[in-house]
Design a protein around this ligand. Sequence first.
Ligand SMILES: *[C@@H]1O[C@H](CO)[C@@H](O)[C@H](O)[C@H]1NC(C)=O
Ligand SMILES: *[C@@H]1O[C@H](CO)[C@@H](O)[C@H](O)[C@H]1NC(C)=O
Ligand SMILES: *[C@@H]1O[C@H](CO)[C@@H](O)[C@H](O)[C@H]1NC(C)=O
Ligand SMILES: *[C@@H]1O[C@H](CO)[C@@H](O)[C@H](O)[C@H]1NC(C)=O
Ligand SMILES: *[C@@H]1O[C@H](CO)[C@@H](O)[C@H](O)[C@H]1NC(C)=O
Length: 547
Amino acid sequence: MSFLFKLLFLCFWLYWLNQGSFFVTSQRRGWSGNVISGTVVINGTASIGKTDDNFICATLDWWPPEKCDYGTCSWGRASLLNLDLANPILLNALKAFSPLKIRMGGTLQDNVIYETKGDKNHCAPFTKSSSEMFGFSKGCFPMSRWDELNIFFKKAGAMVVFGLNALSGRTIGPDGSAIGAWNSSNAESLIRYTVNKGYTIYGWELGNELCGSGVGVRVSADQYASDLNSLQNIVQNIYRGFEVKPLVIAPGGFFDANWFAEFVKETPKSLQVVTQHIYNLGAGNDNQLINKILDPSYLDGGNQPFRDLQAILKNSGTSAVAWVGEAGGAYNSGQNLVSNSFVYSLWYLDQLGMASSYDTKTYCRQTLIGGNYGLLDTATFVPHPDYYSALLWHRLMGSKVLSTSFSGTRNLRAYAHCSKQSQGIALLLINLSANTTFQVRVSTESPASNGGLRLQQEDQTPRINFATMPGNSKRNGNTREEYHLTAKDGNLHSQIVLLNGKVLGLNSSGGIPSMDPVKRSMLDPISVAPFSVVFSHIPSIQIPACK
Ligand SMILES: *[C@@H]1O[C@H](CO)[C@@H](O)[C@H](O)[C@H]1NC(C)=O
Ligand SMILES: *[C@@H]1O[C@H](CO)[C@@H](O)[C@H](O)[C@H]1NC(C)=O
Ligand SMILES: *[C@@H]1O[C@H](CO)[C@@H](O)[C@H](O)[C@H]1NC(C)=O
Ligand SMILES: *[C@@H]1O[C@H](CO)[C@@H](O)[C@H](O)[C@H]1NC(C)=O
Ligand SMILES: *[C@@H]1O[C@H](CO)[C@@H](O)[C@H](O)[C@H]1NC(C)=O
């Protein structure tokens, strides 16, 4: 009885604190209910990174239907060679981004031969062959299919990055090292064909997972740098007279500090984008995937390749920028009902936040469709939760990245950018906790305040520290917009996500639904339910970094 009374009292007291203009300390615990009040602190002085305007990117792969992992075959007809480009959901899903970056590539890209004019051989697809590298024979890419893809991407408003075969002309030593220089002739003929047809390509990428110790085959940094120079020369030559030329991108593989440092050092003029791949959750058959995703220290560990690559680029003086060229989280096609369910958004959005805070310009999700980690369902094309997460990021998070921290618990992940569309900031909050609701307030540090916290709102009064403190609620700018994403029925494995409590699903004509926010008073803290994601656009927080 007395315990209940105390609890009741505490609740009233907390309520009163929240309503009053008082400094709420970062954390209140030690009682059995679980409401953690905390403050997201944003350094408003200057941004710490700048992403591309179109940070969100998704991949399309070459894997044929016969590609299987751990006894299941998850690719269906999602290959670049056989994907149904006439599917209306696919078109709607891309158009909703206008533009979505698409990176075409993957393991078999270094097995692809581009059909050329006067080819005497029949242009035959990959066939399963356990004796060959990557488990499949070489496959031919018909130019009629390349035409279809380009026509589709133009209609969908996509920005296209194409991964070229970087093993042409090399032989593979018994230890997996590639011997010899890249033979560019087949790639050159593809690029010429593409230009002659008038197709716009945003970037040409050389090779897939051949850097560092490679995945099956490796190419030394020195040789790769020389091959990349060849590609840059070919691009400069073929696109001579073009005002905007495609980016030259490499190496599209796992981060390896020595290899990347040497490669970047040797390509000061030829490399524009350095791409790394991220599979930090482990194998697709790992039964600990969810536990890793919900473990803040595990997620934190994922920042290392972003941080290390940023340092290499800074120290080398290159003008090349960093992208994540492919990230599927769990390798060998991900895991069904994890990589394509609500829980993956907790990992994916955290990665987007973390990558951008280390100045990564673009982040390509493996995959748009195909495997168990598609943004769209392989069989039905219906968007998975991560599709909507990506779209909300794309619409709300601007290119300028703000230094953001949350005091209190590491179970709440906080990221902030300047707002994409209008004034103010956009905030991303991810609650990894099963049983604590956080009450979040936002504060910004201004340059004039000697490191203290200061209110950045128009109705600012001295010594009140939170941007969310009471003011005249009728005044403009005293509301913010919130987008709460939760799993249907609280089931982390659900492939259905709720936005502000309502199911997000295609409308009756296969259209992407509008995703409308709820408005909340700036007087109230942002409440982030267990296992949920909240995006918030806060127009009234105006800081120098976003001017
Ligand atoms: C905020 O950012 C500015 C500019 O980067 C920096 O000089 C300042 O030290 C930062 N403030 C804090 C408290 O970290
Ligand atoms: C590169 O490949 C083409 C086409 O297969 C071949 O004709 C050419 O001789 C090769 N070049 C070199 C330098 O090996
Ligand atoms: C919260 O959940 C964790 C695991 O999900 C559990 O270990 C802990 O005891 C729970 N705490 C409370 C107060 O229920
Ligand atoms: C996060 O979820 C927990 C789990 O129940 C909840 O108690 C907590 O308040 C949530 N955090 C926020 C910031 O709302
Ligand atoms: C479905 O959504 C699309 C795109 O948002 C929209 O253009 C279309 O009018 C909607 N159709 C129906 C029946 O609501």
